[in-house]
Design a protein. Sequence first.
Length: 183
Amino acid sequence: MPGKALRLVSALAVSLLLIFLPCSSAFRNQLQAEGLPQGQAPGQAATPAAATTPLPPPSVAVDGMRKQNEILERETAVSLKEKELKGLSESLSAKIQQLQQARKEIEASLDQKKKDDAEKYKKMLKVYKGLRPEAAAALMDKLDEGMAFELLNQMDTKTAVKLIPLMKQERVLKWTRLSLKDN
């Protein structure tokens, strides 16, 4: 078996030399004149034709090597792309986690703002409830409609009943319509 491998390697080397040497056609002619088949070096004994496997022509061997190199290049390119995609995937995952964390912080901030606003409205309600109804109605008429309507919505019914007759009637009617639409 080692002898066969040695013969194959030497035959391949001679074939490659024949292809790449500028005087390869003259060398080929010399081998044929000595009666040696192509690919067999001059010092080697001739083996029976049935025992040897025919060597592919040199162009086939070169094409095979070229294809093998192309396959290796493609595998290398695919491997690089896989690494690049893995890096991008990890980067994207990290950014998604950052965005989710930022979203949680924003939601917590909004919840806190709502609580703070509700607390402010409660304080204002106490202030307006402590005023005489005429003074509270006069102040509410000067507030923008959204604030006045929100205060009326949060007031208890007893306080609202005292203020409504003293407020501008257009505002009271608009608040009534909006309140009924929401329900």
